[in-house]
Design a binder for this molecule. Sequence first.
Ligand code: CMC
Length: 434
Amino acid sequence: MSRLISKGSVELRLPDKTISLPVHQGTEGECAIDISALRRETGLITYDPGFVNTGACASDITFVDGEKGILRHRGYDIEDLAENCLFLEVAYLLVHNKLPNKKEYQAFSRLMNHHSMIHEDMRNFFNNYPEGAHPMAVLSAMVVSLSSFYPEIEREEGHEDLDITVTRLLSKLRTIAAFSYKKSIGEPFVYPSHKYTYCENFLNMMFASPVNDYHPDPVAVRALNLYLVLHADHEQNCSTSVVRFVGSAGSNLYASIAAGICALWGPLHGGANEAVIRMLESIRVNGGNVDRAIERAKSRDPRFRLMGFGHRVYKTYDPRARIAKRACMQLLEKFGVGNDPLLEIALQLEEKALKDEYFVSRNLYPNVDFYTGIAYRAMGIPENMFTVLFALGRLPGWIAHWLEQHSSEQKIGRPRQIYTGETRRPFVPMDERP
Ligand code: CMC
């Protein structure tokens, strides 16, 4: 709460009394009514399903202005970071609140290499998953397993070098992600190599094999770097809130992040990138009728939404989607697959939706997931790995939030509810029950 500025108070008038509630302001001017004393003073709680209007914390990490389409990490515009930074620089920025200088970056990269392998006993876990297991299931299980192989985070909490904690997880998650893919297709694992950069290493572990002397394509490496940067953090989204929430109980970093991975998997969150491709593919096989898809999305059919559209915070074009779209078009052109039928369908969907009253009046624009899947396809990444890539990208944000939450006042997350079930009723012994 230290960087919150006091902006006076508001009055809440109740039939029997009036109370004063403090107002706090953040560094970008947004204000919040502090209701922490509300129940104690009035017996009332607030009711806000989905936490649409609830600020769960004060945070220094990421600023989003959903009305203006602004996204900044530690004060830097996403456009600048996407244009100029390696993913590891952004990871460092999120965790340390500063862009690394050359020396810091080199030390960080060295640690990444140092921690890139996973324990051989842990590698054996992969053998016990069925072939075809979704890599997100494997990813979350493996991350929670890290806590038993690398318990230092709990033993030396607060003492371990921050960079070691961070690089251990960043580096190992990349290895686990690639191994989970290899497992899902029944191919032997490819180990990380010190000769590669972060993104090259991932692509090599994904696509090299004993029969394929793979060389990471610089175009794919650049694109992967960009997409990871675009996903690096997004303030209190569902998975990050889960990471903070689990962490608020005192759970360790790995356990908290494993929970975040599970939250991300859902199709309304990070799973949307996979769902977008399934939707586009289904439109294609059914004759490419984009109008029918738009009408279905408007019909309130609970089984169908325009995936990759809409956002809780953005009421204008998602700035990440704008960058992702441009990069996707460039990537497809460079790889000579500019005529991907799914891209054509996506472009038509966007054009029609942005002119349609239903989408316009609800401020529904493409979000970050709308074009990323098409780009990943062009890079040869299979659909079931799309959300894994989201997780790889989001990891530094999750870590930064977990650390921030641990360094501030440790209040366990525990919302209230309005009970709407049965009122007290007499107990009936089993042989008397109808
Ligand atoms: N297609 C059709 N209608 C939609 C859509 C959509 N994609 N998104 C929202 N709406 C409608 C919704 O039916 C509601 O209409 P009405 O006011 O008439 O009841 C209105 O727009 C507001 O929607 P909401 O569900 O109350 O909005 P929300 O903030 O709770 O949900 C969302 C946000 C992202 C879950 C939602 O827009 C959605 O389901 N989108 C599709 C899934 C998706 O692309 N998710 C990725 C989100 S961005 C990356 C990330 O965070 O992972």
